[in-house]
Design a protein around this ligand. Structure first.
Ligand SMILES: Cc1ncc(COP(=O)(O)O)c(C=O)c1O
Length: 411
């Protein structure tokens, strides 16, 4: 998003700072870029948007309007998808801890990926009360080159997967129709090629006939500005990811008519939302301590999402006062009382009280991951074709206190 001081002045006056700003046009464009890159090879590719990364209903509604599915991992996220207007057929319920809505979802023909043997028992026992056939998928635990043991899914490299598949086969009204995997922190092309080939092989081995879907999870790099890109060893394009996923699917199912080919899902979250939300903050003051310069901001690391902890976010600075001075290796610190609350390290340039700092790439795990710690959450607005609208109003102390009980007699 292109900012000017005048635009930020306006946003400050109407909504107060800090404030999240969502760029709707660019979000849509990037979403369609990803979708079309994979559909180019495999027309039955669909996106299931990962709610955990940012479940702001506005974003979820745009995904729905663009034909995407909802990927949820809790009853809360499931409720959001339903409130956004999703039918169960277009909701994928994943995750290791499914709530009581799992059964409602199954009854209404929702897509469900089973994470573990206890959950499989739960599904089988629920199904035994009905005449209807319930379709399920299994999240498999595979190795795709990661350097840790993933805690999710059913182990495809032990007997567990065979046991799970056999248990399903023994039930006359539960049917295995898909496989799912998701391994975080594994965004390379080789990791994607690896998971694609392994899931196709498992589907050939374990599913009778052609699966209804294969869900490769998420973990693609999204499009990003070059200063952020330079902090990673390699950032593939969507076209390159398509070659190690959709192209391989196309070759694998080349002889199957389109209507019978399985749906290929991926579950992008940060891939589609990170770049399209910025946070505008303001410098509240500057100080020098033992020779080190600090700028105190009116936001905290909690506003900025996961990625701010591991990389330097792209920033734009807007000088607003005539008291700005040149600094070298200054740290921007947040409003909390945590020493680790350092949204940006090593800034060199001109800055002063009242200046604006725009943090880019904060769409994923930011507003949804902000605890009510020290201050409530700031507002979020969207901009489309220069029109500004509210996505989330500023939280108040009353919002935070609304779940606490003040009257001791009610205990
Ligand atoms: C099952 C599942 N799908 C999708 C995602 C979203 O991943 P990303 O943020 O890499 O897009 C996650 C993130 O943890 C996940 O656990």
């Amino acid at each position: 998003m292109e900012y000017s001081k005048a635009l930020i002045d306006d946003i400050k006056e109407q909504f107060e700072l800090p404030c999240y700003v969502f760029d709707e046009n660019e979000f849509r464009e990037n979403y369609l870029h990803l979708l079309n890159a994979l559909r180019e090879y495999y027309p039955k590719y669909d996106i299931a948007y990962s709610y955990k990364t940012n479940y702001a209903p506005k974003l979820c509604s745009i995904v729905k309007e663009l034909g995407g599915y909802a990927e949820v991992v809790s009853d809360m996220e499931y409720d959001i998808a339903r409130k956004v207007g999703y039918k169960n057929e277009l909701i994928i319920y994943n995750g290791p801890f499914k709530g009581p809505k799992m059964e409602e979802h199954l009854l209404n023909n929702g897509i469900l990926n089973i994470d573990n043997m206890n959950e499989l028992d739960r599904v089988i026992s629920f199904a035994s009360n009905y005449d209807k056939t319930f379709k399920v998928g299994i999240r498999v635990n595979i190795s795709i080159g990661q350097n840790f043991i993933s805690r999710f899914g059913i182990d495809a490299e032990s007997n567990d997967l065979t046991k799970a598949v056999n248990l399903i086969k023994e039930c006359n009204n539960v049917k295995l129709v898909g496989f799912h995997c998701h391994i975080g922190q594994c965004r390379s092309l080789s990791a994607w090629e690896n998971r694609t080939k392994q899931l196709l092989k498992l589907a050939d081995m374990y599913i009778d006939g052609i699966p209804e879907y294969i869900d490769l999870g998420s973990g693609m790099f999204g499009d990003m500005p070059s200063d952020l890109k330079g902090q990673f060893s390699s950032v593939p394009t969507y076209e390159e990811y398509a070659c190690v996923t959709a192209k391989i699917f196309n070759e694998h199912y080349i002889d199957i008519p389109l209507e019978n080919k399985p749906v290929l899902f991926t579950e992008p979250g940060t891939t589609v939302d990170n770049r399209y939300i910025d946070l505008i903050a303001e410098v509240d003051g500057v100080k020098k301590l033992k020779g080190k310069d600090f700028a105190i901001l009116n936001c905290s690391i909690h506003n900025l999402g996961d990625v701010a902890c591991s990389v330097k976010l792209p920033i734009q600075v807007f000088e607003c006062s005539n008291n700005s001075k040149e600094y070298i290796d200054m740290d921007f610190v947040g409003y909390t009382c945590l020493e680790r609350d350092v949204p940006y390290k090593g800034f060199s340039g001109k800055i002063g009280k009242g200046d604006y700092i725009v943090f880019g790439n904060v769409g994923g795990y930011s507003n949804v991951d902000k605890p009510p710690f020290i201050l409530p959450q700031c507002p979020m607005i969207g901009i489309k074709d220069s029109k500004v609208y509210v996505i989330k109003r500023k939280e108040t102390t009353e919002d935070i206190l609304s779940t606490y009980v003040f009257n001791e007699h009610s205990f």
